[in-house]
Design a protein around this ligand. Structure first.
Ligand code: WT7
Length: 635
């Protein structure tokens, strides 16, 4: 059956048309022929975006880990499943075979079961990029527990909010983590977080940096001794197609983070199928995605998608700049990486440095390059194409979101001709719509509007944990019967899509999705602050950086203001994490507001980017005079 691997543009269009005309037949064939099921579905798709309710492969039974591990054992048991490259290049890489992965996951599953974790329970995973992270994720899936991975760069407060929101009873963490030349005291952060989390009864601690940590009696246990005693087999729990597989938090423009809930069957089918085609994975390839498993990119395209295809997937613990700017290219050469998937912010950071760091290495193994996380600018695209791909490896600019579970718009390499900065065409089964200001769908080409999706796809999030109404309000209320992405996009003369960026109050900094509200909340908690507003402004490496406009209760002298700037960033680091720190902070007498009291971020964005020539109509503001004062003082 060839539908699984798309060979040319004609076949892409054929399959695309089929996926639109007969979506159920299309996905049923994929699901039937490429996965193992404990029981077949009774209906492929049921949906109603007005609720919204979506079910794929209704009543089917499966366990995703049988698809990601067990079924490979007899054909590729000795093949490397996870290739772990440590932070320190002097430490040996680990090749974890499918056989080894099987026993490690089963041991971990037994440990979780022994600790009383049951099907449906939520488990928080706060680990660095070490094999235990992937193993813990898969072990949860094997016993039917819902994993909630929290990126190990988040602060104690961000961690406790997430633990409490999904009512996790257990946290899996490590003594600490290596990040370049630094170590981070993860266990200390967990201890602090757990002061606010009364529901957590058990903490399992992996050893990574061999630091002294305090172990709380009755709550904390070292993981390794438990694993050493555990049995290396575990019969996978039989899950329903729609049982939640995991929760992953993403920032909204307002309020607390949203725990996006992903399903078992639809998520598996879509991530596996997109992985196979968008990275053109062949049996002996080595695939590397540089993301962290703490983000959706890592869930879908380090763990589940690659493993469902029996791939070798690299897990890199470190950072692109340690011990030098050539680390990525050194790893590509060392492991003969065939597919390399990273973020525009990493490309821009490395493109600044000497080409010697690149040219020292043999990159001839590369066949496909990918980017994700934000729009890639033309210069970065060309640098990637010229120096890394050497005009031989197509670049797949993949647009998607935590909410979509898998890649939605992307070229298919060696099939779709690429154009710099264009994510090009919708993937098979993805029905896009661009909407105008009046809420009408823009038909035809050469149009620009708000990007929506008008038909369900298998890996879409099913709800926000504990708040289905918010799920409807955020994504399905703007336009009838459509999922609204929050992004703007253009469709050019040939039907290619170019993402123009967020149209809401979410700012993408270094590929991380940050909501303005939680950052403003953190700033406003400082006793000297009356009110604040955050906007993004263009930054060479990060794409966007954050600019904060802050009203103080009292204007102090400038030395005091300098200290305040530090304290505000400290406050943000504690509440959210260092990724949300402000590059610029301006103390202002007021914020431009509409008569209904809404901050006019459009004006602040212009001021922050130094473009005050055309501020548009400000006469309707409640306080137009404040705009002048802010411009005068802008940084
Ligand atoms: C937002 C989603 C999906 C994994 C990483 C981010 C932006 C993502 C692209 C791209 C332009 C992109 C969008 C989107 N985005 N990929 N190829 N071109 N913009 O996941 O944190 O949920 O953020 O990232 O604005 O809405 P996320």
């Amino acid at each position: 059956m060839s539908n699984y691997s798309i060979k040319n543009l004609e076949e892409y269009f054929q399959l695309y048309r089929k996926s639109v005309r007969e979506p159920e037949t299309f996905w049923e064939e994929i699901a039937e022929e490429h996965f193992v099921w404990r029981k077949r579905w009774t209906k492929v798709l049921q949906w109603d975006f007005s609720k919204p309710e979506v079910t794929w492969f209704e009543n089917a039974k499966l366990n995703i880990t049988e698809n990601c591990i067990d079924r490979h054992l007899h054909i590729r048991g000795d093949k490397t499943a996870i290739l772990f490259e440590p932070n320190d290049p002097k430490e040996k890489a680990q090749h974890i075979t499918y056989n080894e992965l099987y026993s490690r996951v089963c041991k971990m599953a037994n440990v979780l079961k022994d600790k009383g974790v049951k099907k449906g329970d939520r488990v928080c995973i706060y680990l660095p990029m070490i094999p235990e992270l992937a193993v813990s994720v898969l072990a949860c899936a094997r016993i039917g527990a819902v994993h909630s991975v929290v990126f190990a760069g988040f602060s104690a407060q961000a961690l406790s909010t997430r633990i409490n929101d999904s009512d996790c009873k257990m946290v899996i963490t490590s003594d600490g983590s290596f990040r370049g030349s630094k170590t981070i005291d993860l266990k200390g952060i967990v201890d602090l977080a757990l002061e606010e989390c009364k529901g957590v009864h058990s903490v399992l601690v992996a050893k990574r940096i061999n630091s002294e940590v305090k172990m709380k009696q009755g709550r904390d246990q070292w993981l390794q001794p438990l694993l050493d005693k555990a049995k290396a087999t575990y019969t996978a729990e039989v899950m329903d197609a729609e049982d939640p597989l995991f929760i992953l938090y993403t920032s909204g423009s307002t309020g607390k983070p949203k725990g996006m809930v992903h399903s078992s069957a639809g998520y598996m089918v879509y991530t596996a199928y997109t992985f196979k085609n968008i990275f053109k994975y062949q049996e002996n390839d080595v695939y590397w995605c540089t993301a962290d498993i703490g983000w959706i990119t890592g869930h879908s395209y380090i763990v589940y998608g690659p493993l469902a295809n029996g791939a070798t997937t690299v897990m890199f613990e470190g950072v692109p700049t340690y011990p030098h700017y050539g680390r990525f290219w050194q790893i590509v050469e060392k492991h003969k990486v065939n597919q390399f998937y990273t973020a525009p912010t990493a490309i821009r950071a490395l493109a600044k440095e000497s080409l010697d760091y690149v040219d020292k290495h043999d990159l001839s193994s590369l066949k496909v390059l990918g980017t994700v996380g934000e729009p890639i600018n033309e210069e970065a695209w060309h640098w990637y194409n010229n120096n890394i791909g050497k005009h031989k490896s197509p670049i797949v600019d993949t647009w998607w979101q935590t909410e979509t579970g898998g890649i939605m718009i992307s070229p298919i390499p060696y099939v779709t001709p690429t154009t710099p900065t264009f994510a090009t065409l919708p993937f098979i089964g993805v029905q896009l719509a661009l909407m105008d200001e009046k809420g009408e769908e823009l038909k035809g080409n050469q149009v620009e509007g708000r990007l929506c999706i008008k038909f369900p796809w298998p890996s879409m999030a099913r709800t926000i944990w504990g708040d289905h109404k918010r799920y409807f309000d955020t994504y399905f209320s703007a336009y009838d019967n459509k999922y609204f992405t929050g992004d703007g996009a253009k469709r050019d003369a040939v039907g290619y899509y170019r993402i123009t960026g967020r149209v809401d109050d979410v700012i993408i900094v270094s590929g991380h999705n940050l909501g303005t509200a939680p950052i403003e909340d953190a700033i406003n908690e400082h006793p000297a602050v009356a009110e604040s507003a955050i906007v993004g402004f263009p930054h060479d490496i990060k794409g966007n950086a954050l600019y904060g406009f802050v009203i103080l209760k009292e204007i102090g002298e400038s030395r005091k203001q300098e200290n305040l700037r530090k304290e505000i960033n400290q406050q943000i680091t504690e509440h959210i994490g260092p990724i949300a720190k402000l590059d610029k902070i301006q103390f202002v007498p007021g914020l431009p507001k509409t008569r209904s009291g809404k901050i006019m971020r459009r004006i602040l964005r212009k001021i922050a980017s130094g473009d005050t020539s055309n501020l548009g109509d400000i006469s309707t503001l409640l306080n137009p005079e404040v705009v002048e004062a802010i411009i005068e003082d802008a940084q």
